[in-house]
Design a protein around this ligand. Sequence first.
Ligand code: FEO
Length: 169
Amino acid sequence: MLSKKVQAALNEQIKVEAESSQVYLAMASWAEIQPGIDNVTQFFYMHSDEERMHMLKLIHFVNERGGFATVPALPQPALTYPSIKHAFTALLKHEEFVSQSINNVLDIAMQEKDYATVNFLQWYVAEQIEEESLARTLNDKLELIGDEKSGMYMFDRDILSVSVEGGEE
Ligand code: FEO
């Protein structure tokens, strides 16, 4: 059985994952109307789906542990970005925020001696390491490319294979 505190923290994390899915969905829709970045577009759509999966995993866990997972209201995410680089910088910042949020939930579960939740959250800790690392790699590449059109062509060409190698699920 989940304590009230742990349930509230997990429900907050459900919101964070749902928001992440919305943020990346908006990035995908924006990218889709930019010329020549079809794979970047697909990357954002896939990333949005992944975040929804992270949210669902939490919902099932809360309900299976005798709690009640609440589906949150969400604010509208940023709809446009000044450049692709800006979108990827926002993605990295967002993932750093998610990692912090997971750590907070983990802290609460440890304080409450809820070791089942501590154990469950290990998957998210590992996932965040992968996601932050991938986001940093992509930002480093964009930094090197600058405004070069041929670089952006290669970035788009390679992004899906980089994200698979980077452990993207
Ligand atoms: Fe589920 Fe990318 O945080």
